[in-house]
Design a protein around this ligand. Structure first.
Ligand code: ZN
Length: 317
């Protein structure tokens, strides 16, 4: 019986292949490779220290991002995965406050994404993107985070940022106030340090749970991250330009695998936050010591004139 059924299945499958081959043009695209997915490495549990998470689906509106072999714009896939991640996180921990910088196909500048983050002040800003490269063999996951101020040649204002209207410092007039400027720098430096911790944990988790090629953590002065007062990372979840990976990415199974990998990374980051054993920034020796109490976490210190944490007026989607 089993042999008969197998024989019929093989015959049916062969007929199907012949039909597909006859229908397919000579330049048929490479089919999606089998999905590798070792799966989540951690048991699901409520979050301890991570209470607010801002997920930023890359691009949107007139900025489609990259369009790869599956011919679906990055902006749509990033939003789809962001919503899947939000929904899954709400199942894992209904108490976790998860919001999106955009929940529709709209234009949103990089500065406005950072601005929304600073108004709401989550424990982590997680930007989701998909990659592309001229070399079709490029594949895998990489996590981007900020390099410290002044470490990248060509940074427009070494030691200070210039975000124009989106700068909280500019809005509340701390520019020119030495104490506020030092505190402002200190908060950003602490956020940058913690961002690197988050990036390393996310990258390790993503590779372990998806089995993807490890492109490692990269640091740079990424515009979407450099205005943030909290740790921020960009996860480039895969290459839409890769002939196999690019066809897997639109599949629900690939996205579910990636979502679980992201949750592993968030759980590891939560564990680190809860323990509090992460590096914090120390003030530049050439500057006057800021009025921060000994032992206080500079990341949690709010400049006296900063409006962050107090009733944001923007209604995030
Ligand atoms: Zn992108």
């Amino acid at each position: 019986m089993a042999a008969l059924r197998t024989g019929r299945t093989v015959a049916t499958f062969a007929a199907l292949l012949l039909t597909v081959a006859a229908a397919a043009p000579a330049t048929a695209a490479t089919p999606a490779a089998p999905l590798r997915c070792p799966g989540p490495q951690l048991p699901r549990r409520p979050f301890i220290a991570l209470q607010r998470l801002l997920i930023d689906p890359g691009h949107g509106g007139g900025e489609p991002g990259t369009i790869g072999v599956a011919e679906i714009a990055e902006k749509h896939l990033a939003l789809l995965i962001a919503k899947r991640l939000r929904d899954r996180l709400q199942e894992v921990d209904p108490a976790l406050d998860v919001r999106l910088t955009r929940s529709a196909d709209i234009d949103l500048s990089l500065q406005d994404r950072a601005h929304l983050a600073n108004l709401w002040n989550p424990e982590l800003f997680l930007s989701l993107h998909l990659n592309a490269a001229p070399n079709p063999e490029a594949q895998g996951v990489e996590t981007l985070t900020l390099a410290p101020v002044g470490t990248v040649p060509g940074d427009p204002v070494p030691g200070r940022e210039a975000e124009g209207a989106c700068s909280i410092a500019a809005e509340v007039g701390v520019v020119g106030d030495d104490t506020a400027v030092v505190l402002d720098d200190l908060r950003r430096a602490a956020a940058t340090n913690l961002g690197l911790v988050a990036a390393e944990l996310m990258q390790q988790s993503a590779i372990a749970a998806t089995g993807a090629y490890d492109r490692e953590v990269k640091q740079g002065r990424y515009r979407v991250l450099r205005g943030l007062y909290m740790p921020g990372i960009v996860v480039e979840m895969g290459f839409l330009s890769h002939p196999e990976e690019g066809r897997l990415i639109p599949l629900p199974a690939w996205q579910a695998c990636t979502v679980e990998a992201l949750i592993d990374g968030l759980l590891r980051f939560d564990e680190t936050l809860a323990k509090g054993d992460f590096p914090v920034a120390s003030p530049d020796a050439s500057r006057p010591a800021p009025p921060v109490e000994p032992g206080a976490d500079p990341a949690a210190t709010t400049p006296p004139t900063s409006p962050t944490r107090s009733a944001p007026t923007l209604d995030l989607p």
